[in-house]
Write a protein that binds this ligand. Structure first.
Ligand SMILES: Cc1cc2nc3c(=O)[nH]c(=O)nc-3n(C[C@H](O)[C@H](O)[C@H](O)COP(=O)(O)OP(=O)(O)OC[C@H]3O[C@@H](n4cnc5c(N)ncnc54)[C@H](O)[C@@H]3O)c2cc1C
Length: 455
């Protein structure tokens, strides 16, 4: 059995200084060879791990015969964002986790094959999709992240007239403002958004629901609504010094880098502080992205400060390894207790304390406990907080009956319907911060529910 094809990448010493994509993608030969590893199980398990139900065995079968057009056609039957998913989905805990090869050796690289097919199609020129004749029903989608885009795409394919209302000036949600260029190039996101527009979806940017119009007002104009407004409100630790100059939320920092294009300096002179010594607090994908962006903006030292150990780091292993290769320092079992500043209120560092792991908490992870007397100072001129986000409560303004949980997430039933009839919700605004593919799965489920409702 041939071994899993490695993903070609930019060398770490080069990529640490540029925003070009880290992973370079398979060649056609590598893609066919990797597809050839699939043993075509009689009862394939991989699809079970895909929240958008891609017919994985069928697309891989086409790839074995170098029929890349047939493969992307199959993928796009259920997934309108394959170039995105092929890049950022945590396949190791989804489709690839169920691949039977994984029991004895490495699973088939399903995500990399999906990416290859999408890139192959884009390089050739994506076929304009046929529009479905209109049902005459109008659906409003609030938010253009993966949840909103997936819902809009499926609703448009059914023939409904779909309008997306997006608060920011560009569509894509976290895909456009959060995940950095070196992991997910913005022109690729734009091309996949363009495809959804070609399906007939109208996108209204700079349109904040809860301010310009409310859910109750949209109810008057539209036959059904999908809310996919994400969880973009950053959490802070509530420690001293968080209001000092030089403390960012990861969301703000990444928005300045990506959406406001600080990564294209000097073409765009985006206001952003470029630190020499940067601390990023947190251990998830967001923390890795913020740290790697700070490095690429020219920092001399960037450290991740995380209160648990390497085993508990919630980011994808691949991202952690890439960050380490690029020279990011990991200060594990460490937690900041205070951000320090000078007389001009500029950040000078963080007072941190060492931690040890105690008994497991409700989440099953071992609870971090402070080690008294281990306080120490880490010098820094920027501190970036990447410790989680919550839904923005603005969406509830003028949304009379919309029920929320105590965490501020929208409550839905198993079909994705909220407490208001005809209004569905899904993605991070329902689950709290999760993944691109789970948001897409929720958007697709809501599209099915809305179709039923509109019948
Ligand atoms: C930096 C970062 C890196 C990540 N990396 C990964 C990864 O590698 N893999 C992965 O699977 N997941 C990753 N995630 C998580 C993933 O991006 C999210 O789970 C996913 O984007 C959620 O999709 P969504 O559509 O629910 O919300 P979002 O993507 O947040 O989109 C919501 C959209 O709604 C808009 N909106 C909000 N309020 C309103 C309003 N009132 N009116 C109109 N529009 C509104 C927002 O502007 C936004 O465009 C990452 C997240 C971040 C922040």
């Amino acid at each position: 059995m041939p071994v899993r094809q490695p993903m070609p990448t930019q060398p770490s010493d080069e990529r640490a200084h540029n925003f070009n994509e880290v992973a370079l993608g398979y060649t056609p030969e590598q893609a066919v060879s990797e597809a050839g590893r699939c043993i075509e199980c009689k009862k394939p398990q991989c699809v079970k791990g895909c929240p958008v139900n891609i017919d994985i065995p069928a697309f891989i079968r086409s790839m074995k015969n170098s029929d890349f057009d047939g493969a992307i056609e199959k993928i796009k039957e259920t997934n309108s964002l394959p170039a995105i998913c092929g890049r950022v989905c945590p396949q190791e805990t989804q489709c690839e986790m169920y691949c039977v090869l994984g029991k004895k050796e490495e699973p088939v690289a399903i995500g990399r094959l999906e990416r290859f097919c999408a890139d192959h199609e884009r390089e050739k020129g994506v076929k304009t999709p046929q529009r479905t004749p209109s049902t005459g029903k109008r659906v409003a989608v609030v938010g253009s992240g993966p949840a909103g885009l997936a819902a809009a795409s499926d609703l448009a394919k059914t023939g409904h007239e779909v309008t997306i209302f997006e608060a920011l000036h560009a569509a894509g949600g976290v895909l456009i403002y959060g995940i950095p260029e070196f992991r997910l190039p913005k022109d690729i996101v734009q091309k996949e958004v363009d495809y959804i527009v070609q399906l007939g979806v109208d996108i209204k940017p700079d349109y904040v629901i809860g301010k310009i119009k409310t859910i109750d007002e949209l109810k008057e104009e539209f036959d059904a609504i999908f809310i996919g407004t994400g969880a973009g409100l950053p959490n802070f630790m509530g420690i001293g010094g968080e209001n000092l100059n030089g403390v960012y939320s990861a969301n703000e920092f990444l928005t300045r880098v990506n959406l406001m294009k600080a990564y294209q300096f000097p073409k765009y002179d985006t206001p952003i502080k470029r630190g020499k010594r940067v601390i990023v607090v947190g251990g998830g994908n967001v923390a890795m992205d913020a740290a790697r962006c700070a490095l690429r903006l020219g920092a001399e030292e960037v450290s991740i400060v995380y209160r648990r150990s390497d085993d508990e780091l919630p980011a994808r292993r691949e991202e952690i390894e890439h960050a380490k290769e690029e020279g990011i320092i990991f200060r594990l079992l460490t937690n900041p207790v205070k951000i320090l500043g000078d007389e001009n209120l500029m950040v000078t560092g963080a007072e941190c304390i060492k931690m040890k792991l105690g008994e497991p908490d409700d989440s099953g992870r071992r609870r971090p406990q402070e080690i008294k007397g281990s306080e120490h100072v880490v010098d820094a001129d920027i501190v970036i907080m990447a410790i989680g986000t919550s839904p923005n409560p603005l969406i509830f303004e003028g949304a009379g009956e919309l029920e929320a949980s105590k965490w501020g997430t929208i409550i839905v039933d198993e079909s994705g319907m909220t407490s208001i009839e005809g209004v569905c919700a899904g993605g991070d605004v329902v689950t709290g911060a999760a993944t691109v593919i789970s948001a897409m799965g929720a958007g697709k489920l809501a599209a099915v529910t809305i179709n039923e409702y509109l019948k």
